[in-house]
Design a protein around this ligand. Structure first.
Ligand code: SF4
Length: 353
């Protein structure tokens, strides 16, 4: 595995360092972002925040701005909070248990930093490793236990990366490149011709269809928003019983997990913010966690109101809205998004390629 890895490893910026800070940033970014997409963000982020101190002392809005476009903003917030904790401790945690105490660092991320930066014998199990092990063993062992058993304890960081690289570039989900695989002779699934049977996936839950109507109400350069599960959203029509509802400004589809939403956005006049809602100054939207659904709703309304798409509303990605009053503009392209499915610390096993 190690000699294969040394010959075939992709040249990635986080592989040129053993600086725990840089490895940590890369691991957090890679939890929900593909390698090719993460590279430019990684380089820009490190240029802006080259070490723990600069990140810890930054304003949250600056951290979010540097993360803007990567999505799953709780990752950036956790990174920021963790940097403050590290600065307060006076040193980067250098063992698995201390790493696990940092916000946003789950078992996978802690094992990755511990093994790659500090050479500690901790096996990592991400989605790629799980697939490789599942095929090697025909699903006969727990991936975590097998990974611990086979780990090269003299070079755990390199070995972990080799196994992940094998899954990312050779043992592919749909068409594994078995003739190129350095462990093909050990692979039970290959011997049985059953590569496609592994990993065994649980049955997919049935899709649930949901219709929602969101209310777009504006007043004095403020937009009415509701706080729901930690994210700000346009309120649903049921939340604003006194609204004078006007025309549809758009409809779109949106999926979260196994829910398929059909969302209609309607303009409305609202005199008083109902319970659970607030009037939010437009210029503050960029620093608030907005749901993806709300961002989509804002963009949709732009196209409808101006009829000529976003450019008519003030350039690409900007949205204008109006009721019967003069148009007001919101630049949605600069608004950080969080999806309600954003639980990267829990999903750290799902490092993507
Ligand atoms: S032989 Fe094929 S299925 Fe088995 S680990 Fe290698 S690439 Fe994956």
């Amino acid at each position: 595995m190690l000699s294969w890895y040394r010959r075939n490893a992709r040249d990635l910026p986080w592989r040129r360092t053993r600086d725990p800070y840089r490895i940590w940033v890369s691991e957090i970014m890679l939890q929900q972002t593909r390698v090719a997409a993460a590279v430019p963000y990684y380089e820009r982020f490190l240029k802006r925040f080259p070490d723990v101190k600069s990140l810890a002392r930054a304003k949250e809005s600056d951290v979010l701005a540097a993360w803007s476009g990567l999505g799953y903003y709780s990752r950036a917030r956790n990174l920021h909070q963790a940097a403050k904790q590290i600065l307060a401790r006076g040193a980067f945690p250098d063992d698995y248990d201390s790493l696990r105490e940092l916000p946003g660092v789950g078992p996978y991320t802690a094992a990755a930093i511990a093994s790659i930066a500090f050479g500690l014998p901790r096996a990592v199990v991400d989605g790629n490793v799980r697939r490789v092990i599942s095929r090697l063993t025909c699903g006969s062992g727990r991936a975590e236990e097998v990974a611990e058993d086979v780990l090269d304890r003299k070079r755990p960081g390199e070995f972990n990366q080799a196994l992940m690289e094998l899954g990312a570039t050779v043992c592919l989900p749909r068409e594994p490149k078995c003739p190129m695989c350095p462990v093909a002779d050990l692979c039970e699934a290959r011997r049985q011709g059953r590569q496609a049977d592994f990993p065994i996936r649980p049955p997919r839950p049935a899709r649930v269809r949901v219709t929602r109507t969101l209310v777009l109400a504006m007043r004095n350069r403020k937009v009415l928003l509701a706080l729901r599960n930690g994210f700000w959203e346009l309120p649903e029509i049921e939340q604003v019983p006194d609204a004078a509802v006007g025309r549809d400004v758009g409809q779109f589809r949106h999926s979260i997990m196994n829910h398929d939403y059909t969302v209609t956005v309607r303009e409305a006049r609202v005199s008083r913010a109902p319970r659970g809602c607030e009037w939010v100054v437009e210029s503050n939207l960029y620093k608030m966690p907005l749901s993806t659904m709300t961002r989509k709703a804002l963009a949709r309304s732009s196209r409808t109101v101006f009829g000529g798409g976003a450019s008519a509303a003030g350039g690409p990605g900007s949205t204008s809205m109006s009721g019967s009053s003069p148009c007001r503009r919101i630049s949605v392209s600069s608004i950080p998004i969080q999806t309600s499915a954003s639980t990267p610390n829990i999903r750290s096993k799902n490092r993507v390629n």
